[in-house]
Design a protein around this ligand. Structure first.
Ligand SMILES: Cc1cc2nc3c(=O)[nH]c(=O)nc-3n(C[C@H](O)[C@H](O)[C@H](O)COP(=O)(O)OP(=O)(O)OC[C@H]3O[C@@H](n4cnc5c(N)ncnc54)[C@H](O)[C@@H]3O)c2cc1C
Length: 397
């Protein structure tokens, strides 16, 4: 059996590995020229953590993870700490089943884990963008294999081209949550690194929030989120660095130093969820953010991408004909959709605490975080934070 996987991100690589282990020949096409080096720090817990353990990649993820003792909120004028999240307490509220991972490291672990599959069973083709208009082009050897695949998995992210080819324009399915987020990693800033080495610091601010973290290799990661309606809208002609400097300039001096070094093309996108009535048509199916994006507010998108990939491939892996593949895809959707909907609802609930829209909400969040350091309240608050949402900067209390 042959599969074509579009997108070598989290869902795509996880699907490719599991299918190859089930005896399939898999071609993965990825538009980027190689694994992405840029990214952001992620909480990794929940269903994806469990799935990663079952499929045997957890030890490698542990090795790639960061040790974060706490997340600090600071007053942007004085730099004084206003509140903090005790990460060790969160980890214990989750039974220790929490990792802090840079997204590129997660991708690299999954790429490396393709080596567990039989030799030659997975081929990853970088620098090959999928285009609907060319999908049936069998003029090349790769084109012929893609066109002749028994199963096509669209794992090409929130703005999925496979989804567009199957079901139409993304405006029907991508639901913006009113925020934008940007992230990038810079090199050659030893002053910033020395100040933030091993510390995850977020500004305790209304409508816009900037985060900074010193990585173990000397680089510094930036994370910027803001409410679109509180700014002057997004001018499509304004490039991302200009917009980020306009929105965040003057917020806090370390952030100004980060903005000076903002690359030409940072990660910069709307914070959105994806909701669509069907996830498959015939033998083509969507996986990961393309059909189930929960958004960074839910803090479990990557985790859900792995867990969804495990379920999909468990169901479809044993299939050896078109009818059973289609039945398996229906079953995947039937079982997985309610789980996704629950995480999406939790993500939407977290929006106002993640990025307070006014000072009252800001103070409420500060109070809740401080209360969480008191005995008795801590376990309650921490479980509620970890229950439906991510942790860093996503205080769903
Ligand atoms: C700032 C931020 C913080 C986050 N924090 C967390 C967190 O704490 N915990 C967590 O679990 N999740 C988090 N997430 C969510 C998580 O990153 C995503 O849910 C996850 O990456 C989705 O995986 P995916 O494989 O579906 O999509 P992606 O990771 O987006 O991968 C899609 C791949 O498809 C490729 N592609 C796209 N179009 C094409 C095409 N036409 N042809 C070929 N290839 C194509 C892309 O280049 C990419 O490699 C966060 C997200 C953001 C933005």
């Amino acid at each position: 059996m042959r599969a074509a996987v579009i997108g070598a991100g989290i869902a795509g690589l996880a699907c490719a590995r599991q299918l190859a282990l089930a005896g399939w020949q898999v071609d993965v096409v990825e538009r980027a020229d190689g694994p992405r080096a840029d990214g952001y720090m992620m909480d990794f817990f929940g269903l994806g953590f469990d799935a990663a353990e079952r499929i045997g990649v957890l030890p490698r993820l542990r090795k790639a993870s960061y040790r974060i003792g706490s997340v600090e909120y600071v007053d942007a004028r004085s730099g004084r700490r206003t509140a903090s999240i005790d990460y060790d307490a969160f980890a214990s509220a989750l039974g220790g089943r929490l990792l802090s991972l840079m997204r590129p490291d997660l991708e690299l672990v999954l790429l490396d884990a393709l080596g567990d599959a039989p030799d030659g069973s997975v081929r990853v083709h970088y620098g090959v963008p999928y285009r609907a208009s060319e999908a049936a082009d069998a003029g090349t050897e790769l084109g012929a294999r893609l066109a002749g695949a028994d199963l096509v998995i669209g794992a090409d992210g929130v703005h999925s081209g496979v989804r567009e080819a199957l079901f139409g324009d993304e405006t029907q399915f991508v639901r913006p949550l009113g925020l934008r987020a940007a992230a990038y990693v810079i090199d050659g800033a030893p002053d910033l690194h020395a100040e933030f080495d091993g510390r995850f610091v977020l500004t305790d601010t209304v409508d816009r929030q900037a985060g900074i973290y010193g990585l173990r290799d000397g680089r510094v990661a930036a994370f910027l989120a803001y409410r679109e309606d509180a700014q002057e809208g997004v001018d499509p002609d304004e490039d991302a660095p200009t917009r980020l400097r306009r929105v965040f300039g003057g917020l806090w001096s370390p952030i100004d130093r980060l903005l000076e070094r903002c690359p030409a093309h940072p990660y910069d996108d709307v914070v959105a969820q994806v909701v669509l009535p069907r996830w498959h048509r015939g033998s083509t199916v969507l996986a990961g953010d393309g059909c189930q994006a929960v958004s960074l507010l839910a803090g479990q998108g990557a985790s859900m991408a792995i867990a969804g990939a495990e379920l999909l491939t468990d169901l479809v892996g044993p299939c050896r004909d078109a009818a059973s593949i289609e039945a398996a895809l229906g079953e995947y959707e039937r079982r997985w959709r309610p789980v996704v909907e629950e995480k999406q609802a939790a993500g939407r609930r977290a929006a106002n605490t993640f990025l307070p829209p006014d000072r009252f909400r800001l103070l409420l969040r500060r109070w809740a975080l401080r209360a969480s350091t008191l005995p008795v309240i801590d376990a309650l608050v921490m479980r509620s934070i970890a229950g439906g949402t991510g942790l860093k900067g996503r205080t769903g209390v």
